[in-house]
Design a protein around this ligand. Structure first.
Ligand code: COA
Length: 294
């Protein structure tokens, strides 16, 4: 039987959740200019929220904000900011308040990734990814927490499943995402009594993302890999967006401090994305099997 015979459907959140679920609410999303975070923002806006999206590249952000506004009829504010700069995030939060008057939901999604073994990864490269993912998450929390407390809102942090085992070429991201998971748990415990929730979404292999373009096996090897996912297919960005809509909704009022893995069951099989040990012993010959860039 082909995997497509039993693949789970990909649905749009609007087919399941109320249109005006987030009417009057405001989302603040780092990394919202592209990929998974842009799709999460689109879903929140389709359900009535206005949004501010943050990133380093103003051109891309502006184009994405225009697209999202046009697509949803809601307002999307592009704000250039590097999450490694606390002041830039504080300014972005202030501009969001100036524009919309409130922040209900925050997605800490800005991240950096590339493939590199420990033997070839500089100390600065390791620090760079920790600064973007881990410190960037902390900086985002610090800049937004008073506003999120005021609305009794919620956080979602975008993590990964890479650090549940030793994933080759991903030491920097694994260390960074472990810190993100831990940060969210403490945030949930400290801020719960103030009415704030905090959860992590850990996406598995999601098609059409920069991360998977780099990490996933290509060609036949890629198709074999996708066929091994229990849900019968690669993830779609909308799968993550749907999880975000649920976690931000009142239906998740009793869900906090959790890591929600959205991976079609992939984690339970614990397959490696890269061919192992070939990718470690002989990266050059294994190169054609996976991402173009190593
Ligand atoms: N392999 C090994 N080291 C790399 C690398 C790679 N592919 N890419 C960057 N580095 C190293 C750099 O060499 C540098 O270390 P060095 O000073 O010892 O040489 C360090 O990482 C910082 O790189 P730099 O490009 O100066 O940092 P930056 O802040 O401008 O950008 C990233 C950092 C991670 C955002 C950048 O590498 C990038 O654009 N990555 C791809 C895009 C991306 O990550 N998208 C998100 C997908 S989840």
């Amino acid at each position: 039987m082909s995997s497509q015979a039993y693949a789970t459907p990909v649905v749009d959140s609007t087919a399941v959740f109320k249109d005006n679920l987030f009417a009057g609410k405001v989302l603040f999303c780092t990394g919202g200019g592209s990929g998974i975070c842009k799709e999460m923002t689109r879903a929140m806006m389709r359900h009535g929220a206005n949004a501010a999206i943050l990133g380093r590249k103003l051109d891309r952000l502006t184009a994405s904000a225009e697209e999202l506004s046009k697509d949803t009829g809601k307002v999307c504010l592009p704000l250039q900011a590097d999450v490694r700069q606390p002041k830039a995030l504080q300014d972005a939060a202030a501009k969001t308040i100036e524009k919309f008057g409130r922040i209900d939901f925050v997605i800490c999604g800005a991240a950096g990734n590339f493939l590199a073994p420990i033997s070839g990864l500089s100390e600065n490269a390791f620090r760079t990814v920790l600064e973007i993912d881990s410190l960037g998450t902390y900086n985002t929390i610090k800049a937004t927490l008073p506003h999120v407390r005021a609305t009794k809102g919620a956080y979602i942090h975008v993590s990964a499943t890479l650090h549940y085992r030793g994933t080759p070429y991903q030491v920097h991201v694994s260390a960074a995402k472990a810190a993100v998971d831990a940060t969210s748990a403490v945030l949930a415990v400290e801020e719960g009594p103030h009415g704030v929730r905090s959860n992590v979404i850990a996406p598995g292999p999601i098609g059409g993302t920069e991360g998977m373009d780099r990490l996933a096996a290509q060609g036949d090897a890629g198709r074999r890999q996708a066929a091994l996912i229990p849900a019968g297919r690669m993830g779609d960005k909308r799968d993550i967006a749907n999880a975000a809509v649920f976690l931000f909704s009142d239906a998740a009022a009793f869900v906090t401090g959790q890591v929600v893995v959205v991976d079609g069951g992939n984690e339970h099989l614990r397959t490696t994305q890269l061919p192992y040990p070939e990718a470690v012993l002989d990266p050059q010959s294994a190169r054609g099997l996976f991402a173009a860039r190593l």
